[in-house]
Design a protein around this ligand. Structure first.
Ligand code: HEC
Ligand code: HEC
Ligand SMILES: [Cu+2]
Length: 400
């Protein structure tokens, strides 16, 4: 680790101790003097005035100057500590912390998201603070970091974990009934382990990073929309008409075709697209192509089957909905599927069966039918794809 790096703990603790010790010395000193004077000059001991002094210039200078110097030193020390807290080291790794009622999620530069804040030991982390709804507070006591997360305002905090371990991360602003559930951890792990963690997982983060690095995403989307080139979403296993040497043929995309599309795109040109993709032969290594193709493959796998449990955690559903039958801010998921639910719709109360369509609609448009006895506070999740909603419905149905 950089020996010049001042950690947030080092920026806060000495100031705290400095002020603490000064206060303690003053408290004890003043109390002791007071007690001594009360006893020593008690009327029973000294019935007559003992001194005629009506002032002492030097004493007054000292007891004005000394506290002034102490207070200014506290200010100076505190101010420079504060500056270190706001001055993020240049090589800090960016992570976005998104706060919402009532959960945290962390997004890394490669697009990977996690409900826990994984960080490499010894590396400064710059956390961009984003709130989706109300005022929250980003608070990691172990690193002496506490910063408000204000909707619509850019804010940040930074810290560095100097030792591996698991540290509590809280919300420090009361943000509604589920406030106490906004608790997660910072998982500080060795850098090597961290880079493995960052690149692994169904999201194929390493592949995505390469697509960014080579500018592929300027012409190709990952969400299904057509840009200059066809979308790379679901490209693995897709049937496509390509033009090879002027003749059309139908292919199913697999490894050799994808490899060739990257190295020598003009060999087979997807029908309906101009042959403008640059050839990457010589620029991109074989290993990198393998990672990209793996990404397409895992993307195809994950696209065809999003993980409902993972989604429920990431989207914060479980902050409001329990799985064990206890009533939370929202109704429990346990036994919900197939049960009879009384809902309020357009001011009219009626009882419906919680079938797939009902569950889907409850997720898509929470305000349309509000379960009796609950507040209409469930947020909407416009970013959810249809297959993700379906996965959430399956997840709910799995909790009988
Ligand atoms: C300047 C825009 C541009 C860039 C940059 C670009 N592509 Fe393309 N790509 C296209 C176009 C246009 C097509 C369709 C025509 C064709 O097949 O050549 C295409 C086709 C493809 C195909 C075949 C898709 C299919 O449906 O059969 C793959 C795979 C592909 N690109 C991958 C990549 C990768 C990986 C990168 C980055 C290393 C990349 N492209 C960079 C424009 C681009
Ligand atoms: C901020 C808390 C909150 C979050 C987050 C939340 N919900 Fe809800 N949800 C509620 C409340 C409150 C209700 C009951 C009132 C209503 O129907 O709108 C509810 C109702 C529901 C219902 C209907 C339940 C029933 O008994 O009929 C379903 C299904 C549901 N939510 C699914 C989800 C899913 C899936 C997610 C995550 C994508 C989610 N909720 C996130 C608070 C929340
Ligand atoms: Cu909060």
């Amino acid at each position: 680790m950089n020996p010049l790096l001042i950690t947030t703990t080092q920026a806060v603790d000495p100031v705290f101790l400095f002020i603490f010790w000064i206060c303690l010395v003053l408290l004890i000193g003043i109390t002791a003097t007071m007690v001594f004077f009360v006893i020593r000059y008690h009327r029973s001991r000294a019935p007559q005035p003992t001194s005629q002094a009506d002032g002492n210039l030097w004493l007054e200078i000292i007891w004005t100057a000394l506290p002034a110097v102490l207070v200014l030193a506290m200010f100076y020390y505190g101010w420079s500590g504060y500056l270190s807290l706001r001055d993020v080291p240049k090589d800090a790794m960016p992570v976005t912390a998104t706060a919402r009622m009532w959960s945290w999620s962390f997004t890394y530069a490669n697009g990977k998201t996690s409900p826990k804040l994984y960080v490499p030991v010894g590396k400064p982390i710059r956390v961009e603070l984003v709130s989706q709804d109300v005022l929250h507070g980003f608070y990691i006591p172990a690193f002496r970091v506490k910063r408000d997360v204000v909707p619509g305002m850019k804010n940040y905090a930074w810290f560095v974990a100097t030792r591996a371990g698991s540290y509590d991360l809280f919300c420090s602003q009361y943000c509604g009934v589920g406030h106490s559930k906004m608790i997660t951890t910072v998982e500080a792990i060795p850098p090597a382990e961290f880079s493995v963690w960052l690149d692994q997982g169904g999201s194929g983060a390493g592949g995505k990073k390469l697509l960014e690095k080579y500018g592929c995403l300027g012409c190709h989307s990952l969400d299904g929309t057509t840009k200059v080139g066809p979308s790379l979403k679901g490209v693995w296993g897709r049937k496509e008409i390509v033009v090879t040497n002027g003749a059309e043929r139908s292919i199913t995309e697999g490894e050799p075709y994808l490899r060739q599309s990257i190295l020598d795109p003009k060999a087979d040109v997807v029908k309906g697209f101009p042959p403008i993709m640059p050839a990457f032969a010589g620029t991109i290594t074989q290993e990198e192509i393998a990672v990209i193709i793996d990404f397409f493959r895992s993307d195809a796998a994950s696209a065809s089957k999003p993980d409902g449990e993972q989604l429920a955690k990431e989207k914060g559903c479980l902050a409001c909905h329990s799985l064990d039958g206890t009533r939370g801010v929202g109704p429990t998921f346990k036994g919900l599927a197939g049960s009879r639910v009384t809902v309020l719709k357009d001011g009219v109360t009626r009882t419906v069966t919680a079938d797939d369509a009902y569950l889907r609609e409850s997720i898509r448009m929470p305000a349309a039918e509000v379960v009796e006895g609950f507040q209409p506070i469930m947020p909407t999740f416009p970013e959810l794809q249809d297959d993700q909603v379906a996965a959430l419905v399956e997840f709910i149905k799995g909790h009988k």
